[in-house]
Design a protein around this ligand. Structure first.
Ligand code: PEP
Ligand code: MG
Length: 572
């Protein structure tokens, strides 16, 4: 069979060679239908339950053998749900008494059970709600004749192929077995791409057609360096990519020598290289890649892949772990940034036509102050375990910043009154990701301790090009002179007030952008952990005094293309 080359967007570097695993999330539209023969319908229901049981037993056995009994316990719990006479019996009764289809009866009964479990005080029982939800999906898929793949159930080495991967799908993936990703949609800064980088999994997104080009088991190569997927590779292609993979690993080994070195330019200027993380599991990558700080902890991932909000104590434990691990090194924790492509199924938020322009991040937190205050309390309590800095996402106006700061101060004061120790050195900063904020950064700079420029969003809002939409990815231009002028303005405004300016958008790790950002005086660069060593290697070769001379010239270029050319000729 001839191979097929599919071009996408390089999202996470490295080469993966393996077979495809299609992750499909069918939507379960359940219709209520009257039935004639309740006995037949009950049989149909039992058949779906039995199919689910044998699938789960198979998954459980495999997981037990390959991952150990611990990891397999979840499937045991799922099997127990399917053997629960209370649940199964209630579905049977409803089919018979109401003369309705099995899908409808199962959906109704499962929802009742989920509500009961969710409202129990006991944590263990609460978790059973998630089991019922997962198991119901599996049985429902058999009733509806659809395929259901739970990302958590993957237990062999595969390359995940999906239309899109939601951040919660990505969070549930078993890192051990996922060699790479390829998706139809998405851009370099969509959150699944960002997570693939922090998981160090090669990924290509925005291929448009990958799901229709492969079946489960199709041999694949994912080239996350150049954004290419090869379907059904020939032996020659496989050999060529094995060679490319080897070269990449050799390059990585060279970078690894810089792990314990500080980031100092050729003329002796130190800049801070930080890592972006999504949860405490990412800390290993942070340490292994020699980060000097955590420049962005995206706390929303703590709120995902679960059924309810994390408690203050759960949050405290997570923040404490990160702060303790980093010790003397700074940790910038961002308050909840939900909305846009990051949704929480258990938070009933109204559907919005433009979620990226809607109630997200700080807007949601100011509206749902109960959620915000719990997080701020957890942060304050954790502050004594390290060098905590907190920042607010998506600030558009000074009023928002002032309100957020006032709430933070209230919660901090309350804790102190309660006798709880809170560090008196917590810095409070904000992200600059909206052009309105970047333009009047001079006003904001007086009221914060620091800025962190979120270019992932700043670029999409400046060029009005959705960061998730591969069709407008040609307009998503980090080097557009308008973006550079905004970034420059923010750094200048911070320095005028004696504050520091960092960047935690993906642009901070971009090899073309780094010389410009150094030239503009950026103090801290925070990026996916895997970008740190290549960035350090580049920064060590640059002289700040030299690149500084080019700032005016760069800011006065016409196009992003001109900027890239200029960097190539004058700044490398
Ligand atoms: C950004 O917008 O640049 C950023 C770092 O935040 P996020 O990618 O989580 O939106
Ligand atoms: Mg953002």
């Amino acid at each position: 069979m001839a191979s097929e080359k599919i071009i996408g967007i390089a999202a996470s570097s490295g080469i993966a060679i393996g077979k495809a695993f299609k992750l499909e999330n069918p939507s379960f539209e359940v219709e209520k239908k009257s039935i004639q023969d309740a006995l037949e319908e009950t049989k149909r229901f039992h058949k779906a339950v039995d199919q689910s049981k044998s699938e789960l037993t198979e998954i459980k056995n495999k997981a037990e053998k390959e991952l150990g009994a611990d990891k397999a316990a979840i499937f045991e719990a799922h099997l127990l749900v399917l053997s629960d006479p209370e649940l199964i019996g209630t579905v049977e009764r409803r089919i018979e008494e109401e003369q309705v289809n099995a899908e409808f009866a199962l959906d109704a009964v499962a929802n009742d059970f989920i509500t009961i479990f969710e409202n129990m005080d006991n944590e263990y029982m609460k978790e059973r709600a998630a089991d019922i939800r997962d198991v119901t999906k599996r049985v429902m898929s058999h009733l509806l004749g659809l395929t259901f793949q739970s990302p958590a159930a993957i237990n062999e080495e595969v390359i995940i192929v999906a239309d899109d991967l939601t951040p919660s799908d990505t969070a549930q993936l078993n890192r051990q077995f996922v060699l790479g990703f390829a998706t139809n949609i998405g851009g370099r800064t969509s959150h699944s791409a960002i997570m693939s980088r922090s998981m160090e999994i090669p990924a290509v997104v925005g291929t448009k057609t990958i799901t229709s080009a492969v079946d489960n088991g199709t041999p694949l190569i994912v080239d996350g360096l150049d954004g290419v997927v090869i379907v059904n590779p020939t032996e020659e292609e496989k050999a060529a990519y094995q060679k490319k993979q080897k070269q990449f690993l050799e390059q990585k080994a060279l970078w690894a020598k810089l792990v314990h070195e500080p980031t100092v330019t050729a003329d002796g200027v130190h800049v801070e290289l930080g890592a972006n993380i999504g949860n405490p599991n990412d800390l290993e990558g942070v340490v292994n890649n020699g980060a000097e700080a955590i420049g962005l902890y995206r706390t929303e991932f703590l709120y995902m892949g679960r059924d309810r909000l994390p408690s203050e104590d759960e949050q405290f434990e997570a923040y404490k772990k990160v702060l303790e691990t980093m010790g003397e090194k700074p940790v910038v924790i961002r308050t909840l940034d939900i909305g846009g492509d990051k949704k929480l199924p258990y938070l009933e938020l109204p559907e919005e036509l433009n979620p990226f322009l809607g109630v997200r991040a700080i807007r949601l937190c100011l509206e749902r102050q109960d959620i915000f205050r719990t997080q701020l309390r957890a942060l304050c309590r954790a502050s004594v375990y390290g060098q905590l800095k907190i920042m607010f996402p998506m600030v558009a106006t000074l009023e928002e910043l002032r309100e957020a700061k006032a709430i933070f101060n209230e919660e901090k004061e309350k804790l102190i009154q309660e006798g709880v120790p809170v560090s008196d050195a917590i810095e409070v900063g904000m992200m600059v990701e909206i052009p309105s904020t970047a333009v009047i950064a001079d006003r904001f700079a007086k009221e914060v301790d620091f800025f962190s420029i979120g270019t992932n969003d700043l670029i999409q809002y400046t060029l009005a090009a959705d960061r998730m939409n591969e069709k407008v990815s040609y307009l998503y231009q980090p080097y557009h002179p308008a973006v550079l002028r905004l970034v420059h303005n923010v750094i200048q405004a911070a320095h005028k007030e004696g504050k520091w300016a960092g960047m935690c958008g993906e642009m901070a790790g971009d090899e073309t952008a780094i010389p410009i950002l150094l030239a503009m005086g950026l103090d801290e660069f925070s990026m996916s952990a895997t970008s740190i060593l290549p960035a350090r290697s580049l920064l060590k070769k640059l002289s700040k005094a030299e690149v500084e001379k080019h700032v005016d010239a760069v800011l006065n270029l016409d196009t992003a293309e001109d900027v890239a050319q200029y960097v190539q000729t004058h700044l490398k």
